[in-house]
Ligand binder design. Structure first.
Ligand SMILES: [Zn+2]
Length: 236
């Protein structure tokens, strides 16, 4: 039975450096999905991104933080390929993982992402304890979603087993309670706990102390393997 813990952090905001320090303090692995620019939030400069890349995996997040479903085929191609080439030259190695902004992608963009050279696609599916390779769902977002939002999300995705598992938590919405519930399930049944979020959101909502409690709770657990998103790439 395999039990994984992975984390991912989107958008490349300068607060990612604080996040990286906290991950380092608890020996946790993480993947940072970074666009070249983002109309909504500040992005670290290239020197800072390359520096972060010495300790953590950096994944693609398009060039301009674009919604792939709203782009023409040629625009999507430019955003995805441009992201791969930009990270390759910045990091001096091929990036492995890609996260479509807003969780928005089509079958066509998925094919384009793989054709560009990426081998992992992280979605924004929540409350999944499943260990998958290739297209990775997530388990818990570092954000206080109301229980009704989580319920609707699970209904929309139509994953009955995930819905049942969440109902067993008595409709938990607090991130600490969710972490306890899914850790316990994965410890028994195997799977992957995937915690993700945005450092700008953690800063805005003052989640830092709670995030440190969670990092402490999920670190150095016997029987768990700590991986970057890219280590869950398909091997064949
Ligand atoms: Zn984003």
């Amino acid at each position: 039975m395999t039990r994984y813990i992975t984390t991912s952090w989107d958008d490349g905001h300068p607060c990612d450096r604080r996040l990286a320090d906290l991950l380092g303090k608890y020996n946790l692995k993480g993947t940072f999905y970074i666009p070249q620019q983002n109309p909504g939030h500040r992005v670290m400069n290239e020197t800072e991104i390359a520096e972060l890349g010495h300790s953590f995996e950096i994944g693609g997040h398009t060039l301009g933080h674009r919604n792939l479903r709203r782009l023409s085929a040629s625009e999507a191609h430019a955003e995805i390929n441009g992201s791969f080439q930009w990270l390759r030259s910045l990091l001096q190695k091929d990036p492995v993982s890609f996260c479509p902004p807003y969780g928005a992608y089509s079958k066509r963009s998925l094919a384009e992402i793989y054709a560009a050279g990426f081998r992992v696609v992280r979605t924004v599916e929540l409350l999944s304890p499943v260990q998958k390779t290739g297209v990775l769902p997530t388990t818990i977002q570092m954000f206080d979603h109301p229980p009704l939002t989580l319920f609707k999300h699970l209904l929309k995705r139509g994953r009955i087993r995930n819905l049942r598992l969440w109902i067993n938590s008595r409709f938990a919405a607090d991130t600490c309670r969710l972490v306890d519930h899914y850790l316990e399930f994965i410890a028994t049944h195997g799977g992957c706990l995937h915690l993700w979020g945005h450092s700008w959101e953690i800063e805005d909502h003052r989640y830092w102390a709670r995030l440190e409690d969670i990092f402490s709770a999920i670190s150095t657990l016997p029987g768990f393997t700590y991986v970057e998103n890219g280590q869950l790439a398909k091997t064949s």
